[in-house]
Write a new protein. Structure first.
Length: 164
């Protein structure tokens, strides 16, 4: 069974600006691209799991989330790295777009995104990790039976090397 590293996006892979949805506003966290390459080289799937309430709030469409992901992968390809999959939650209970305004099982700290990735890729949770910067990310890791790795500052690569 494959093993995976699940990455939160905002505040973990990129500098957190509210409602990031354009590649030109994306700023990589120190060591983030190298951390993803490290994960790739170690034989882990690299899976992005991100709450994107800006969709529910009407700030940007789902397509923007996918465009940023595609841009990230294009940037990662320059160093021989890649993300294997994108799972995102466009919902929020206080949204403005009725289709996305709800309480769901995919919004972290709920485990829906991780559960779906594990189903699709047959991931071995006992050998997998969740990297994030928030209490919600660590709660999601715990609920999903993954080892949580909290990122606070400095090199993300350095933080991962402590665990993998």
């Amino acid at each position: 069974m494959p093993k995976a590293v699940f990455f939160d996006r905002d505040g973990t892979l990129n500098v957190d600006i509210h409602y990031l949805h354009r590649p030109e506003d994306f700023v990589w966290i120190e060591g983030a691209k190298e951390a993803i390459k490290y994960v790739n080289d170690k034989g882990y799937l690299a899976i992005l799991v991100t709450n994107q309430s800006g969709v529910a709030r009407g700030y940007y469409p789902e397509e923007d989330v996918k465009n940023v992901y595609d841009w990230m992968n294009a940037e990662l390809a320059k160093i021989g790295a890649h993300l294997d999959a994108l799972f995102y939650c466009p919902h929020h209970p206080e949204g403005n777009i009725p289709l996305y305004t709800k309480t769901c099982s995919c919004r972290k700290p709920e485990t829906g995104m991780v559960d779906e990735a594990c189903r699709q890729f047959q991931i071995d949770r006992s050998q997998s990790f969740f990297v994030g910067d928030s209490d919600g990310d660590m709660e999601c890791a715990k609920r999903a039976n993954l080892t949580g790795i909290r990122y606070t500052s400095g090199s993300l690569l350095g933080r991962l090397e402590e665990f993998l």
